[in-house]
Design a binder for this molecule. Structure first.
Ligand code: NI
Length: 404
């Protein structure tokens, strides 16, 4: 039923060595236009404005997550037995396609479109004629099955655990890949050891007690990557300038003003949900060209914000305290800046590990030597410390350098 490619296809990858493709349906999805579109979307939004080599794409990440899951279902003995061929192919496809609904500039775009990438992802899988056609021609109902894995509704919950839990292939790939492309060592951890000690017990994916150090290392990698890379204030500044630009464009559009930009950006300004045809051409290439054109716009605010994005003339930042806000608002006023477009508030917070009471299939489980399974924070002193510690957060305001 699942046709193999005439010979195994391999794609070179700096993180995993090779990505291996054995099934025609996987190869066809890689060659679909929605998947190829991911080459035009960076994985890390604004982080490349801080780490200059961090412009790897969602295309590379999606292949990487697929490869980790492919290895799990072919190399972890318990999973080889627990899943049949259809389930293995279904979960490989779900991981390959898990980010297909991402728009440009990572999460900044979600704030603008107000639609999460998960919603578009399942819509594309089930409704795009090319992708749903590839899947359903391969096996009846396959598009729905793949979407169900991503919605956490598939009949065998093990499949969703592989890609959406606290120790999942998605996180494992992005940590390793982002660490590699930012040139930071924080994100590295021992993937080989985790795969080698992975088991299935009592319906959960678990890691043997002897693998707990590798899991601790992974949790620490996550913790450090969030604060050093994902939440870096300069990266957030970049995303906030983009958000401010779109706020300005929406206001101009609501006033009936003509906007000098590429037509593909215009549907975003209405505030309505984008159709798949409107969404498809919105990648970082068209947006960049749209910003380029906007620098010539009659509206000085739109032109200035577009210029700032293109030339990395970003906003400064300060802690969000009432005193700081008051002072900066006054300075903005004196310098002639409209605070609706030049003062951004942005708070982020993160817990490196949540024991997830009630959502057991998202927690990390350790298989003890006694044969019992323990939730990670009960099996690791380091993780206990992290769970008991405060939730770290970072609340800032972003604003431009004032004119004299
Ligand atoms: Ni992902």
């Amino acid at each position: 039923m699942f046709r193999k490619t005439s010979e195994q296809k391999v794609l070179r990858d700096p993180v995993h060595g090779y990505i291996h493709v054995d099934y025609e349906v996987v190869w066809d999805c890689i060659n679909s236009r929605w998947f190829q579109r991911l080459r035009r979307i960076r994985q890390l939004g604004g982080a490349y404005t801080v780490y200059h080599t961090a412009d790897h794409t969602r295309f590379a990440h999606s292949l990487g997550v697929y490869e980790i899951v492919r290895r799990m279902v072919t190399e972890v003995p318990d999973l080889c037995v627990a899943l049949d061929e259809k389930e293995k192919v279904t979960v490989m496809l779900a991981t390959l396609l898990h980010d297909i609904g991402h728009g440009p500039y990572s999460h900044a775009f979600e704030a603008i479109s107000r639609i999460s990438h998960e919603v578009y992802t399942v819509k594309i899988i089930e409704e795009d004629p090319e992708i749903s056609g590839i899947l359903n021609r391969c096996a009846e109902g396959l598009a729905k099955d793949v979407a169900d894995v991503l919605r956490n509704q598939y009949k065998n919950p093990l499949l969703s655990q592989l890609i959406s839990a606290q120790l999942d292939a998605d996180r494992m790939d992005y940590l390793l890949r982002d660490a590699y492309f930012t040139g930071t060592a924080y994100g590295e951890f021992d993937l080989e050891r985790i795969l080698r000690t992975m088991r299935v017990s009592q319906g959960y994916i678990v890691v043997k007690e002897s693998g707990v150090y590798a899991v601790e290392n992974y949790i620490m990698a996550r913790y450090h990557m969030y604060w050093q890379v994902y939440y870096h204030p300069v990266a957030r500044s970049y995303e906030n300038v983009i958000r401010m630009l779109f706020t300005r464009l929406r206001d101009l559009s609501a006033q009936g003003k003509e906007i000098q930009t590429v037509p593909t950006l215009l549907p975003l300004l209405s505030g309505e949900e984008l159709t798949l045809d409107e969404f498809f051409p919105l990648d970082e290439y068209t947006c960049s060209y749209g910003f380029q054109l906007l620098t010539q716009d009659k509206d000085p605010i739109a032109a200035d914000l577009a210029e700032r994005i293109l030339n990395r003339n970003l906003f400064k930042y300060e802690e969000n305290t009432p005193e700081n806000v008051e002072q900066i608002r006054q300075e903005l006023k004196n310098s002639g800046y409209d605070e609706r477009y030049y003062l951004a508030y942005d708070e982020v917070g993160q817990r490196p590990y949540v024991p997830y009471q009630g959502e057991d299939n998202k927690a990390i489980w350790i298989l003890m030597r006694t044969g019992k399974i323990e939730e990670l924070s009960k099996a690791s002193a380091i993780v206990t410390g992290l769970v008991r510690g405060p939730v770290l957060s970072d609340d800032r305001i972003f604003y431009p350098l004032m004119r004299k």
